[in-house]
Design a binder for this molecule. Structure first.
Ligand code: CA
Length: 232
């Protein structure tokens, strides 16, 4: 099944074998991905389907990844970029980070390490925002409070994490797997997790979508959850 939820990761890599295994691994981990084998393709994807994070190889057949990074930074200071390259010299690393990369991974690297660094970067970029708004719902991250139309919504810490995570996706559907991973830090699927999630979702919905208000928390059957203004 094609995963059409979750953060989109742009994999800029001209090595066919490596890019194939990266794309497969990312999909297994619940991410969507786009692959670009050249500078030009990558620039195209950045233009037409802005990703949540970029894995950037420096040595590309039609250009230098460092130039692509400059181009990204001109337009989007907050988009996380992880350089993945065989260039391990100190000057290259420093150059990459000074050029605006958020992290630098030298090939060959362990896929689990890449995943860990992707998670860190995605969390940082979520943290970059201090407040989320969805309809009349305001979520304030520094104070960990939520309100609808000025009325405080009294949430447990876990309910708040769930709500903030859904809000960070800006109307994109979160799969159950992504939620378990991001909110509960649970990697494998366990039947008991399903129940826990259902209970939290139902409590959150009761507190959030009071009668008379436009419902914000929606179940997408067989897929997951989405937070957006949508009348039934
Ligand atoms: Ca290369």
């Amino acid at each position: 099944m094609v995963n059409d939820t979750g953060p989109l990761i742009l994999v800029v890599e001209d090595d066919a074998k490596l890019s194939e295994s990266l794309v497969l691994g990312l999909e297994e981990a619940g991410y969507r991905s786009r692959h670009a084998a050249t500078f030009r393709e990558a620039a195209d994807v950045l233009e037409n389907s802005p990703p949540s994070l970029v894995l950037l190889d420096l040595g590309l057949p039609d250009g230098d990844g460092a130039d692509l990074l400059k181009r990204i930074r001109l337009r989007d200071a907050g988009l996380p970029v992880i350089i993945t390259t065989a260039r391990s010299g100190l000057a290259d690393r420093v150059g990459g980070l000074e050029g605006g990369a958020d992290d630098y991974l030298v090939k060959p690297f362990a896929f689990e390490e890449l995943l860990a660094r992707i998670r860190i970067q995605l969390r940082h970029s979520e943290r970059g925002a201090l407040q989320w708004k969805v309809g009349d719902l305001k979520i304030d991250l520094p104070t960990r409070t939520a309100s609808r139309g000025g009325e405080v919504v009294d949430l447990t810490p876990r309910e708040f994490d769930l709500l903030a995570y859904l809000a960070s996706l800006r109307g994109e559907v979160a799969s159950r797997q992504m939620i378990q991973h991001e909110v509960w830090n649970v990697r494998s699927s366990m039947a008991s997790m399903d129940n826990v999630l259902d209970v939290h979702v139902s409590r959150l919905r009761q507190k959030l979508d009071l009668p008379g208000l436009v419902p914000l928390l929606h179940t997408v059957r067989g897929v997951g959850l989405v937070l957006k203004e949508q009348r039934p």
